[in-house]
Write a protein that binds this ligand. Structure first.
Ligand code: NAD
Ligand code: UGA
Length: 480
């Protein structure tokens, strides 16, 4: 089989950008991205794409209508495709056995059942969603149990390693592409087909082929180990604050060891995003099911440390504001889980906002890319609040940082957007209530300049000097 047509089931953060890059790099391949959500597909076909990702607009504009198509006609796309990516969501289960930890594979299963029902010819089915080890076996079972005469399937695992905010660069200049498949001749042939697609732009030596289970586990392992580095440095940030060490200096010193390296050692308010927590919990659940409780406990600690970091930071905000934020106005700068994305899934900003709201604060929120509706949705979600009406009254969303800071008692910086580094903090100081506080949850601001302006400044992993005069104001309850 030579792959001429690709169908991607799931037009989300992975399916959309991945297939856009495939269409760009493989002009002879016809790529159709399908989704059950009509509104999402409509957005992909409009001038305002459903996700913000630097460089994505240009690629979509170049390829859409040429060899890249977004459609709700799932049937035709599956019928015509030689190769089908499954890029659907795999959230954590919210009910039943494994609730709160096990991945909910209903969307993957749904996609497999659709393929089984529709397909009339041989297909290579590629698991791109992040799944537990041996999920490919379940997909194969569903496909085989519903197999039509003369139709055969090969299942490959091809996990995606892109990070949001840098997805296009990550796809075009991937560190590696991982493809797992069966070791049979047919399995090897299918692996070669998929290699052939990536080889349009990825050097062969960067395409790593393995057995299916290694590929599936490697994806969970990569996310777990990345998140583990963040939890490690965040745990040390607490030690820094208690001792006078500076976590940035510690991270640099440690990272200069070439065996450790400098990446993913940026102490923060805690990691967010749709995947780290979900994938580690998935790994923990697998370990528990495999009767490996010590291994499960080891990885669980990475998530626990992240929860601790988010709570520790928020507690510090409240403590510094004389132990009460009731009736005070707090500005949240940044709501996305990281810069250069509008994605708010598992963003630490939700934790901060929820805690402050529970303590009676009024919030003024600004993020350059998160839509107002999304912020209201996130903060009034039943998992976050009991009284949506009260929350709606207590928050307001702004379209620029300056108006979000007016008459506010404190700024809490939750996302490391570059524009926050260059704001005119003199101007901001003058429109804020006094004493004016800045809590830099990302360690990106020039703290000395802020202190010189008159702000009280707190950050992660470093204890800052504050203006002498104010040292008398807090007593024992005020931890500066
Ligand atoms: P997403 O929620 O943005 O997109 C998934 C899409 O699949 C949704 O639009 C949904 O409507 C659609 N869908 C679900 N079932 C369907 C069906 N049967 N037919 C058609 N469409 C269907 O999710 P995402 O962020 O793109 O993540 C997808 C997978 O990739 C997950 O397993 C995730 O863990 C993994 N992943 C995500 C990232 C990331 O940065 N977001 C990176 C690497 C891997
Ligand atoms: C992460 C991985 O980096 C991708 O390789 C993977 O494909 C993806 O998860 C996935 O499976 O979904 P992503 O979550 O998009 O990508 O973004 P990251 O850059 O990894 O950041 C995750 C979180 O960690 C963010 O909240 C970020 O601010 C935080 N972070 C990151 C830190 O706090 N410190 C760091 O040093 C790095």
């Amino acid at each position: 089989m030579v792959v001429k047509k690709i169908c991607c089931v799931g037009a989300g953060y992975v399916g959309g950008p991945t297939c856009s890059v495939i269409a760009l790099k493989c002009p002879e391949i016809h790529v159709t991205v399908v989704d059950l959500s009509k509104s999402r597909i409509d957005q992909w076909n409009s001038d305002k794409l459903p996700i913000y990702e630097p460089g994505l607009d240009e690629i979509v504009k170049q390829c859409r209508g040429r060899n890249l198509f977004f459609s709700t006609d799932i049937e035709t796309a599956i019928l015509e495709a030689d190769l089908i990516f499954i890029s659907v969501n795999t959230p954590t289960k919210t009910i039943g056995n494994g609730k709160g930890r096990a991945p909910d594979l209903k969307y993957v299963e749904g996609a497999a059942r659709m393929i089984a029902e529709i397909a009339q010819s041989d297909k290579i089915v590629v698991e791109k969603s992040t799944v537990p080890v041996r999920a490919a076996e379940s997909i194969l079972k569903i496909l085989s149990a519903n197999q039509k005469p003369g139709v055969s399937y090969q299942i490959l695992s091809n996990p995606e390693f892109l990070a949001e905010g840098t997805a296009i660069n990550d796809l075009i200049n991937a560190d590696r592409v991982l493809i797992g498949g069966e070791e049979s001749p047919k399995g090897k042939a299918a692996i070669e087909e998929l290699c052939g697609i990536y080889e349009h732009w990825i050097p062969r030596e960067k395409i790593f082929t393995t057995n299916t289970w290694s590929s599936e586990l490697s994806k969970l392992a990569a996310n777990a180990m990345l998140a583990q580095r963040i939890s490690s440095i965040n745990s040390l940030s607490a030690v820094c604050e208690a001792t006078g060490a500076d976590v940035s200096e510690v991270a640099t010193a440690v990272g200069l060891d070439s065996r450790i390296g400098s990446k993913f050692l940026q102490a923060s308010i805690g990691f967010g995003g749709s995947c780290f927590q979900k994938d580690i919990l998935n790994l923990v659940y697998i370990c528990e099911c495999l009767n490996l409780p010590e291994v499960a406990a080891y990885w669980q600690q990475v998530v626990d440390m992240n929860e601790y970091q988010k709570s520790r930071f928020t507690a510090k905000v409240i403590q510094s504001l004389f132990n009460t934020v009731s009736g005070k106005t707090v500005t949240i700068l940044g709501f996305a889980f990281k810069k250069n994305t509008g994605d708010t899934r598992e963003t630490p900003a939700i934790h901060v906002a929820k805690t402050l709201l529970d303590e009676g604060a009024t919030l003024k929120i600004y993020d350059p890319k998160v839509e107002e509706d999304q912020i209201y949705y996130d903060l009034t979600h039943p998992a976050v609040c009991e009284s949506p009406e009260t929350v709606k009254k207590a928050i307001s969303v702004y379209h620029d940082a300056y108006s979000a800071c007016e008459n506010s008692h404190a700024i809490v910086l939750c996302t490391e957007w570059d524009e926050f580094k260059t704001l005119d903090y003199h101007k901001i100081y003058h429109v804020m209530m006094k004493p004016a506080y800045v809590f830099d949850g990302r360690k990106i601001l020039d703290h000395q300049t802020l202190i010189d302006i008159g702000f009280h400044v707190q950050t992660i992993g470093k204890t800052l000097q504050r203006p002498l005069l104010t040292r008398f104001c807090g007593g024992n309850t005020c931890m500066h």
